[in-house]
Design a protein around this ligand. Sequence first.
Ligand SMILES: NC(=O)c1ccc[n+]([C@@H]2O[C@H](COP(=O)([O-])OP(=O)(O)OC[C@H]3O[C@@H](n4cnc5c(N)ncnc54)[C@H](OP(=O)(O)O)[C@@H]3O)[C@@H](O)[C@H]2O)c1
Length: 306
Amino acid sequence: MKAASINTFGAPEVFAIGEHRLRAPGPTEVTVRVAAAGVNPLDLKIIAGYMQQVFPIEFPYVPGTDFSGVVESAGAQVTNVKPGDRVIGRTAPSAGGAFAQTLVISADDVCLIPADMSAEQAAALPTAFGTASQALFDVGQLTRGQRVLIHAAAGGVGSMAVQLAHQAGAYIVATASHQNIDLVTSLGADQVIDYRTQDFTHTRNIDLVLDTVGGDTLTRSWSVLRAGGRIATLVEFGIKPTNGHSGQFVFFASATPFLSHAIRLFQAGHLQISIDSIFPLDEAQSALEKVATGHARGKVLIRVSS
Ligand SMILES: NC(=O)c1ccc[n+]([C@@H]2O[C@H](COP(=O)([O-])OP(=O)(O)OC[C@H]3O[C@@H](n4cnc5c(N)ncnc54)[C@H](OP(=O)(O)O)[C@@H]3O)[C@@H](O)[C@H]2O)c1
């Protein structure tokens, strides 16, 4: 089968498109013909070799975790899906495998998708939706009426977080650049700050900051918190409590617990999926380069088959 793979660490140009051998599925696994794959900043970090301590990989490695597709075959003990079913899922980062025509995954890690959800919409969801949900509610303990500051609200995770926080009844302050203010407002933000021209630290009495940027943005975010406020960060592993406020790193391990919720919200018309761009598998490198700009509007996707 055709796949995008790497044999060395580096920037996106270390990609090669070619034939790749798929491992044989076990009795509890399914083989999925990939329709679309979502591209995440994590893919870039793995390819660069930055994640070896956390998600070690072996070469040749086929990148990509988020996918949608059609079940091609199911192991003897699989009961939740059957060949022909359209599914969504996320592979373990060390396994990767989504930037390929076919992948093998545990049947427990796939979820059926409805007929009215496109392959691209589905592939946009696993990491972005799951991380937003885990960060806001499991780590951030966000509740109705609280004030949340969501950074990079036009990005993959941010655009999901704004919608989830809105549905939870929070007051949302979001950061985005000027051209994305309308989008972020339409997702449910009460106030959008153009982070390039305005200083978000004028905001006050925030209960929770969702930090998707790190560095200076994280450092400056402490000042907006009210007493008892907290920061959930996606990027600063070593975050320390500051000025009496708590901070916690979000470690997104599995999308599986979040997939059916995402699909229910979509079917109820409560989830807008923003797609920045779609590339064919042969142009996987360009898809990664788009994510590497740090300015995708929603998700960058790879269409593998129609
Ligand atoms: N810890 C975990 O388990 C975990 C899980 C998922 C993601 N992450 C990490 O979280 C980060 C965000 O992921 P993502 O998928 O949402 O990324 P993304 O989609 O690539 O984010 C792109 C967005 O970031 C915005 N942005 C860039 N610089 C900004 C700044 N200084 N202030 C505000 N917005 C800014 C851009 O907005 P404009 O174009 O408007 O400038 C763009 O919309 C990545 O580093 C990723 O690796 C970690």
